[in-house]
Design a binder for this molecule. Structure first.
Ligand SMILES: Nc1ncnc2c1ncn2[C@@H]1O[C@H](COP(=O)(O)OP(=O)(O)OP(=O)(O)O)[C@@H](O)[C@H]1O
Ligand SMILES: [Mg+2]
Ligand SMILES: [Zn+2]
Length: 200
């Protein structure tokens, strides 16, 4: 039977499992199910990011540029669904900044998209390799494009400073000893374990 968005929504208990987990950002947790990614918000800002993405996606559609960003197939207040894209290889278990000048997998059209989002649509921060996937031709696809400058300054930064959203740094996990992305919540947080070792 073909998997549909409705069948995913009707069976979330089977979909949002540890086995299907594929990644976590500061505000959304991603699960792979068949050809889809389901992103569950871990904070309200995740929902605001998704709403920005949906609006940006519509604008890119009118300019014939939407093929270079992940489409938003379904949105509600708790999660969103988009296609799964092959992830970029990690370096030392961590995503890394892309050199967008040198990047061969960045198409001319995606460059145009980045400049529109950056200059006209209040978006930013396109170097993080964790925000891209690869399409079936091996070209980069932007999968995380809803964090605007306004949202970042007005909501994200104050919450990160208050320890409610994680600050992400590259450090040695005090449990497994591997250099990884370590998330800390405010200055008081001394738990320097990676997510795989149980950091909530
Ligand atoms: N469409 C997708 N296909 C494959 N993997 C994905 C997809 N969307 C997200 N991921 C994985 O899940 C992770 C978290 O998703 P995403 O970056 O959208 O969350 P976020 O909370 O918005 O992140 P950030 O902290 O960068 O704002 C990504 O870094 C990536 O590893
Ligand atoms: Mg991200
Ligand atoms: Zn660890």
């Amino acid at each position: 039977m073909e998997t549909t968005i409705q069948s995913i929504i009707a069976n979330l208990n089977d979909v949002l499992t540890n086995e299907n987990f594929v990644g976590i950002g500061s505000t959304r947790k991603a699960f792979k199910y068949k050809q889809f990614v389901i992103k569950k918000y871990v904070h309200e800002i995740g929902y605001l990011q998704t709403k920005n993405e949906a609006a940006i996606y519509e604008i890119l559609l009118t300019r014939d540029l939407a093929a270079h960003v992940a489409p938003i197939l379904y949105v509600d207040k708790h999660l969103m669904i988009q296609p799964f894209y092959e992830q970029l290889p990690l370096c030392n278990n961590s995503s890394y900044d892309l050199d967008l000048q040198e990047e061969k997998r960045l198409t001319v059209d995606l460059k145009e998209v980045l400049s529109i989002i950056n200059q006209e649509l209040d978006g930013f921060d396109f170097r993080d390799g964790g925000n891209y996937g690869l399409d079936d031709k091996g070209n980069l696809i932007l999968i995380d494009y809803g964090m605007t400058k306004t949202l970042y300054e007005n909501k994200w930064v104050p919450l990160a400073e208050a320890g409610i959203l994680p600050q992400i740094a590259f450090e040695r996990c005090q449990s497994c000893g591997i250099e990884k992305e370590i998330r800390t919540y405010g200055k008081e947080d001394l738990d320097r374990r990676c997510v795989a070792c149980g950091k909530e």
